[in-house]
Design a protein around this ligand. Sequence first.
Ligand code: SAM
Length: 632
Amino acid sequence: MSITLPESFKDKMKDLLLEEFDAFIDSYERPRKYGLRVNGLKLSAEAFEKLAAFEGGLVPVPWAENAFYYAEGERPGKHPYYHAGLYYIQEPSAMVPAELLDVRPGDRVLDLCAAPGGKSTQLAAKLQGRGVLVTNDNARERTKVLAKNIELAGIRNAVVLNEEPAVLAPVFAGWFDRILVDAPCSGEGMFRKDESMIGEWEKHSVERCSLMQRDILKHAAHMLAPGGTLVYSTCTFSPEENEVQIAGLLGACPELEVVPIPLAYGWAGGRSDWAREFGGDTERVESVAGTVRLWPHLTEGEGHYAAVLRKRGLKCEAGETEPGQKAEQGGKAEHGAIAAEHGGMAERRGKAERRDKAEHGGIAERGAIAAEHGDKAERGAMAAERRGMAEPGVNAEREARAPERRGNSERGGKSGRGAGDRGRAIGSEPERRGGGKRSRDEQLHKRAGGPGGGRGSGAGVVDAAESWRRFAADQLVGAELWPGEIIAYGSRVYLQPPGMPSFDGLRVVRAGWYVGEAGEHRFEPSQALAMGLRREEAALTLQLSADEEAVQRYLKGETLIIDTSRLEQSADAPDRTSLQEGSTLKGAELSNKRVVPKGYVLVCADQYPIGWGKIGGDGLVKNGLPAGWRRM
Ligand SMILES: C[S@@+](CC[C@H](N)C(=O)[O-])C[C@H]1O[C@@H](n2cnc3c(N)ncnc32)[C@H](O)[C@@H]1O
């Protein structure tokens, strides 16, 4: 065998698996499986199959939406489509937990242990831009990668936090419809994919991981709304971190029950006998048979464990649940996970849609998703399944870190603490200083009435929000209909999903969709804005073909000189006062008449945005790609 497994691991697995052990151990001789998941927020799986050329072909992953196996040797992390956020490279069995969570558009979803964001991007795709994804990780460095992956995916309705579950629990008590706990674990299912995990396994004991998992689960259960669903998952095989955790949780939280997972695709049931043997709550061990194990010798994946739990109780009708308040008011009982398993989904979806309408003024929004990786990215993907010990090493968004710090000396006025303190923004984000309830006005936000709406709450705020509105009116199409609240932290402007509780005292990495920075004289759109746009939402686009050299040059951060016939102005573009006279003409016309618009242009590869450029009258496009997003 090429992989040297720890003897103590082999001994334990032999005792557990008995006659299955040989098949299990032989699986380490077989090549690992490679997978990617198409970003349903940007395109369909069918469209992707037509667009992308994979020499070894793409084979659907049977248990996941829009997901494919690809052959070893392909380099999807190198392609411009990766930089356009069209897919996320993800180990196929790691796709299972988010599928089991049965997320519907409009849900409030928490991904509690989320970095680097593989499952978060999957969950966001299922939300389709409606509802909210709160994505959290307690490792500060890892949240930078998480934030970047959220932005690369073009997700508009996510908030990124960097907190301990114990801190989140009182803020979000009973608030979430869906919670994923993809727990830090000993990573036994990672050995074939990433041999360095063997060393990690030896360092971080099963016992230590078990303690962390128990604590995380307890707080997660507290944040789940009655009728809501929680999925617990690990990429390890040890019963102590799997069945025993679930039995323990059921004992501690009698309002939770296991929703049995149908066995298909070679999945095996959870092991009650192992739960009993390893000290699981004896009264609860039977129900863990309804959880699921993916074994590398029985499925086309590296291995995973997952449990679906539902919180008994009634769920509120739309709008009746306040943050931090248990939703026990009217409304019929709702059900939980796994779409295929349950009736009444239509009812649930109807409720979600009603709530969504209530929150969004009835305007549906699309969102977006994507990937990470490159070659480094491949390694980053591995980190995705690690249990939290991994150093991401992938560049987080660096743009605007300094400005954001400036921005953090905001009103709100209480004395600040040192960087990294609770209440400070992380990486490049807004910060809350001190405790205390923050009023909506203190938050410096304006209600989104679109670029033209809102009411001022203070000079600085009004300027930042106004600056955004002017930019949006001038350079974007339809932004006035986007849901969310415009929130400014200093000069940084966000669109925050509606109805969020106060983040006072929390470490906030992204308060919502970061749309850009308001300068004294102009608004500078963010890379996150570019990645979250559809091409038709930008007034002016530069249309490049993904396989042309200009795209590679752009991705390296170079300036481009373009044939202005490649420019396209949206037919629906609003009054573009910042553009030169005559700039409403289309590409070829623009070129013929030698009239070239100036200002921001959304650079697209095969129609998918990859970043901003700034065009001068001479056809020179200055590169707007932030350093951390460039291809090295
Ligand atoms: C298995 S990884 C998550 C992978 C991620 N779900 C994905 O699909 O990309 C576990 C994560 O849990 C985080 N973690 C560890 N302890 C935590 C805690 N107490 N609270 C929140 N996150 C924690 C680690 O930093 C790590 O990023």
